[in-house]
Design a binder for this molecule. Structure first.
Ligand code: ZN
Length: 280
């Protein structure tokens, strides 16, 4: 079991810590919607609609958590040895779950523009492939080893925080399966808005926490590693407040740009939004 240590630590924390305030809007108006392992509460913010764990897991390993404990045992987190890396690069990751050719084709054909910021780049496999589709990508990654690996072995540009990105510098902000890991969601949407050019597009993908329709089935996707649960409703309610207009939701990249709203819990919420107005 890959993440056994954080899970045990999380259970212990749940006995004496609590998270009653929404990690997105700060509201104290929340409702307990479910429990995991008896002691961990799953709350829904009445004000903004975000689901989150109570408590939000805080590792005693600090910022190295993602290096030490967040292990997917696939290419998400495993840094490949040199021979494997060369093969991956030659095949441009085809045949792995880090092959992004389909979505990059769709993104290119949507003519959004070429300058792209990716939030949560790990070691740069998406950035590397994006270059081959005509994009000029910059990544953001908190993990130093993964950032350095991407810079050194894939030749991609990765910075350690969104504060390193220029204002109005990008046609496209892209993030996939990253936001659900955040423990504080109060600054990321204003940052996405800041770095986008006027009419720039936000492409965002997260697991679909369809609690209203799937209840216990979706509880597996929220916990120590994923403290936040998102729905399409959350984005519809909140992104306009940050100066975004939602253009569409998608069930998968294969449908992009033909919209098909996510239904089953196994799907993701993917959305395309446009920067329309100043944030307030
Ligand atoms: Zn909230």
């Amino acid at each position: 079991m890959a993440n056994i240590i954080p899970r045990m630590e999380f259970l212990v924390q749940s006995l004496f810590r609590s998270q009653r305030q929404c990690p997105h809007c700060g509201s104290g108006e929340t409702k307990v919607r479910a429990r995991k392992y008896v002691t961990i509460r799953i709350r829904e913010c009445v004000t903004c609609g975000l689901f989150f764990t109570d408590p939000v897991y805080e590792t005693m390993f600090g910022s190295t958590f993602y290096d030490v404990l967040y292990v997917e045992h696939d290419l998400t987190t495993d840094l490949p040895p040199p021979d494997q890396l060369e093969t991956l690069k030659q095949k441009r990751f085809q045949g792995t779950n880090k092959y992004y050719g389909v979505r990059l084709e769709r993104l290119r054909d949507a003519r959004i523009g070429t300058t792209m910021a990716e939030i949560g780049s790990s070691w740069g496999y998406f950035l590397f492939q994006a270059q081959h589709y005509g994009f000029e990508p910059t990544g953001v990654e908190i993990s130093q080893p993964r950032r350095e690996f991407g810079q050194k072995h894939l030749g991609v540009n990765i910075v350690d925080g969104t504060d390193k990105l220029p204002s109005e510098g990008f046609d496209l902000v892209y993030t996939s399966h990253v936001l659900e890991h955040f423990t504080d969601l109060s600054t990321i949407f204003p940052e996405m808005h800041r770095v986008l050019k006027p009419q720039g597009k936000l492409v965002l993908e997260v697991p679909h926490f369809a609690f209203a329709t799937h209840q216990a089935e979706v509880l597996q996707i929220i916990g120590a590693v994923h403290p936040l649960g998102f729905t399409a409703d959350f984005f519809s309610r909140n992104l306009p407040r940050y100066g975004f207009r939602i253009l569409d939701f998608y069930q998968s990249w294969e449908h992009f740009p033909t919209p098909k709203a996510p239904q089953a819990h196994s799907n993701v919420v993917a959305l395309l939004a446009e920067k329309t107005s100043p944030a307030f």
